[in-house]
Write a protein that binds this ligand. Structure first.
Ligand code: PMT
Length: 409
């Protein structure tokens, strides 16, 4: 997947710098060449010699080295790569990037580059949640810097929380997603994916929702991005991390999900994996509904939510070329999915067995059938990211093929 790609890896000063060595190994095993810039602080954690041995290339640290400048100027260093990766991206380096500083070779390269930049933050939890870092990350995201992680977990400083650098494999996958964007089979295509549950307010503190974790929808967004697709992910409240290289729009209710989907613009494909609440409270209370002694429980009047999938599936100039729904069923799986495909007007329906024994909601695996206009494909039970990868491959084949979709009758 990374054959022939050139990665410029900037290693800054954090305990996570040791993971950069493993990252280099993984990138080279995937066919990429890696060249390193090491900051002074980074050199306190890993040696130039280790980086040089693993990359089989010179390691750059000094902005004022006459030899380095004559061989490979710092501007050239910033341009002579397909992707600049900052791992670990410390609070200090993120702050200098956000401020546009050029006070060492790493910051100068980042200021001078015209290539995409991917950052893998690593720092103490309080540094990561500090308002200054939050603002710096927001600024960098607005400027197009792509972030992978950080993860939650135990930290070197005996604290716990977000701030651990993503694992080398996660960073390598994120790099594939970013670089696939220009070379994958879905390069130039635009996708919308919905994921997670919706929350329908009953009053300011209570809501109607379901057990969707977002694992399946997020995996689909990541798989499409890996194939080069430009993906917008509209997600309800979930705990899973944002997939790298994907634009994430967060919503709560079905009404907000519909508005976000309609705002996504012209699309090649839309995949509706979210578990949208079918009903919402007719009149959500503006203040907390009080429990009154002796009074019966309040009656909750429900009204239907808009059907996001059916709305986007309506024929018209704005309709995506391929619309894929998910049917969560506990009985008559395939028959119900075939019927749902027709009623909602989508092209494909992924029939999903969500009987409690399957553990599909929130679990790691999924058993699906793909219902198309041509028939029904039975897929084996797979990990959710395998389902996602298979679906993304099918989508790539479909969008690459001449238009042979049979619209749902
Ligand atoms: O999130 P996970 O824990 O990983 O679990 C995955 C999943 C089980 C949530 C997912 O794979 C799945 O099956 N999603 C669809 C759940 C669902 O709402 O199914 P449904 O049969 O009720 O709806 C059919 C389709 O219509 C879905 O594509 C749904 O997004 C869409 N819909 C439903 C109601 C509504 N008001 N608007 C919609 O767009």
């Amino acid at each position: 997947m990374l054959n022939g790609k050139r990665i410029l890896l900037i290693v800054a000063g954090g305990i996570a710098a040791f993971k950069s060595l493993e990252l280099i190994r993984k990138l080279r095993a995937r066919g990429a060449s890696v060249r390193c810039v090491l900051t002074d602080a980074g050199a306190k954690f890993v040696t130039p010699l280790s980086l040089q041995a693993l990359t089989e290339d010179k390691v750059y640290s000094d902005m004022f080295s006459l030899t380095d400048e004559s061989e490979m100027g710092h501007i050239q260093l910033s341009r002579d790569a397909d992707l600049v990766v900052v791992a670990p991206a410390t609070a200090n380096l993120l702050a200098r990037m956000a401020a546009g500083m050029a006070d060492d070779l790493a910051a100068t390269v980042l200021l001078a580059t015209d290539k995409p930049v991917l950052a893998a933050p690593a720092m103490n939890v309080r540094m990561w949640t500090h308002a200054a870092t939050v603002a710096n990350v927001e600024t960098l995201k607005k400027r197009g810097v792509i972030f992978v992680g950080p993860n939650d977990g135990a930290m070197a400083c005996n604290e716990f929380g977000p701030g651990r650098m993503s694992e080398p494999e996660e960073i390598a996958v994120a790099i594939e997603a970013v670089l696939g964007a220009s070379t994958g089979p879905l390069a130039g295509k635009r996708a919308l994916v919905t994921s997670g549950p919706t929350r329908e307010a009953i009053d300011p503190v209570r809501y109607i929702s379901n057990h969707s974790s977002g694992k399946q929808g997020h995996a689909i967004a990541a798989a499409l991005a890996r194939l080069g697709c430009e993906v917008t992910l509209v997600s309800g409240p979930v705990a899973v991390a944002d997939p790298p290289g994907v634009k994430v729009v967060r919503i709560d209710s079905a009404d907000e999900m519909l508005a976000a989907c309609l705002a996504a613009g012209k699309l090649d494909v839309a995949v509706f994996a979210a578990a949208v609440a079918d009903w919402k409270a007719a009149k959500p209370a503006t203040a907390k509904i009080k429990k009154k002694a002796g009074a019966p429980p309040p009656a909750l009047e429900l009204v239907p939510n808009p059907d996001v999938l059916a709305t986007v599936s309506k024929p018209g100039a704005q309709r995506p070329l391929l619309v894929v729904g998910f049917a969560a069923e506990t009985e008559n799986l395939v028959a119900n999915a075939i019927d749902k495909r027709k009623r909602k007007g989508c092209d494909w329906m992924v029939a999903n067995d969500v009987s409690p024994a399957t553990g599909t909601f929130g679990g790691e695996r999924n058993t699906v059938h793909l219902v198309t206009g041509e028939g029904v494909e039975e897929w084996p039970t797979l990990a959710k990211d395998e389902v996602a990868g298979r679906l993304a491959d099918r989508i790539a084949r479909q969008l690459g093929a001449p238009r042979t979709l049979k619209a749902a009758e």
